[in-house]
Design a protein around this ligand. Structure first.
Ligand SMILES: NC(=O)c1ccc[n+]([C@@H]2O[C@H](COP(=O)([O-])OP(=O)(O)OC[C@H]3O[C@@H](n4cnc5c(N)ncnc54)[C@H](OP(=O)(O)O)[C@@H]3O)[C@@H](O)[C@H]2O)c1
Length: 344
């Protein structure tokens, strides 16, 4: 996979690294690797229909924000937007217990292309704790930080350039266009958050605010991974970490939207039923069985765990492995290009 493949993407990528095998001498030649750094909130509006019927392990994370959401509820009838608000925030990097505070911060200033959302629910993802630990401080926005990428709520104010949404609309979003490169300083774990119109989706009516807030970043990641692997109807897929936020959505999208012929997934014993419930044909207990020793090979392996050294053993010749996390020191494969938004 190279610049041409990247250019086919219907959405933007801020910093994805593509790896593929050299043509000669590699045991896995013609297999493609893609280290996925999610950065495509624009696809959320396209995923409305899928969101209607999606179950996600990320849902539980939405509950973390109950405290802020409760505050927001009591203010629901307030006639105007205050200049300050309650939020979770930190002004230095470190462990949650040491740096996370709950207090008063400014309500973000609205840009012409943004709407101000009264937050009804927000969710956290692994990227939030990695960011708080300062793992990508070189490309982070300035401190203090209000964490949170995922939000669902009601628009209370629109910027002068906003055309598709109005006050009172229920919406959901991943508030940061780029997850690692300058994510929003004022995230979603607050009473109000400002979001660009292009990043918004109308909240599906049959989802609660908490359910809607559980989806954006994880479903974008799952969708983008399948797209980048050029996953097609009739193909087979193995999802590593199928019970997690991204994995559970990758299973459902692969089956319901992309038309997979077979979906296999890994999880620990107590989550095997969940894998079946959401559409996996084969549920593999990684605590009891080594999937890499099984004879089956898959067109795509979607690795949400960080085991690409094992994943490459079960992908078909010419297939693809999507890697969300972990090291990429794979013998026989070379890094060929780093794609930026500008290059795409
Ligand atoms: N959330 C996002 O939008 C996003 C975006 C880009 C990248 N990522 C990265 O992708 C990874 C997964 O993210 P997530 O949000 O899906 O995390 P998550 O919801 O916390 O996923 C945790 C799941 O991983 C499973 N798991 C742990 N070890 C496993 C193993 N060896 N084999 C199979 N399953 C295993 C756990 O199942 P058991 O309890 O059964 O072990 C649990 O269900 C993280 O490293 C994250 O940084 C996430």
């Amino acid at each position: 996979m190279g610049p041409v493949a990247a250019a086919r993407l219907p959405f933007q990528c801020s910093s994805s690294t593509l790896l593929h095998s050299p043509q000669v001498g590699a045991p896995w030649k013609a297999r493609n690797f893609s280290l996925l750094i999610p950065s495509s909130p624009r696809i959320l509006p396209c995923l409305q229909k899928q969101a209607h019927r999606t179950r996600t392990a990320t849902f539980k994370r939405a509950l973390i924000c109950a405290e802020v959401a409760q505050e927001a509820k009591t203010e629901a009838s307030a006639p105007s937007v205050p200049s300050t608000q309650k939020a979770w925030y930190y002004d230095e990097y470190g462990a949650a217990k040491e740096v996370l505070k709950f207090g008063e911060v400014a309500v973000p200033q609205l840009q012409p292309d943004q709407v101000l959302i009264k937050v009804h629910a927000a969710a956290l993802n692994p990227v939030d704790f990695k960011r708080r630990l300062g793992k990508f401080k070189a490309t982070d926005s300035a401190l203090p930080t209000v964490p949170g990428y995922d939000v669902a709520g009601v628009i209370v104010k629109v910027g002068s350039g906003v055309t598709s949404f109005k006050e009172g609309d229920a919406v959901y979003a991943d508030v940061s266009e780029h997850a690692l490169n300058g994510p929003k300083q004022w995230g979603s774990i607050a009473q109000y958050t400002a979001v660009e119109e292009k990043l918004l989706g109308a909240k599906p009516k049959n989802l609660s605010f908490a359910e809607a807030a559980s989806l954006p970043l994880a479903i974008e990641t799952a969708f983008e991974g399948l797209e980048r692997a050029s996953f097609k109807e009739g193909q087979s897929i193995l999802v590593l970490g199928g019970a997690g936020g991204v994995g559970s959505l990758a299973i459902q999208l692969a089956k319901e939207v992309f038309g997979a012929s077979l979906v296999a997934a890994t999880a620990s014993t107590s989550k095997l039923d969940f894998l079946k419930e959401i559409g996996a044909d084969v549920a593999i207990d990684y605590t009891k069985e080594k999937y890499e020793d099984r004879p089956e090979k898959y067109d795509v392996v979607f690795d949400a765990v960080g085991e690409c050294d094992k994943a490459i053993k079960v992908v078909k010749e010419g297939g693809s492995v999507v890697v969300l996390t972990g090291g990429l020191q794979i013998e026989g494969f070379v890094r060929i290009i780093a794609v930026t938004k500008e290059e795409v």
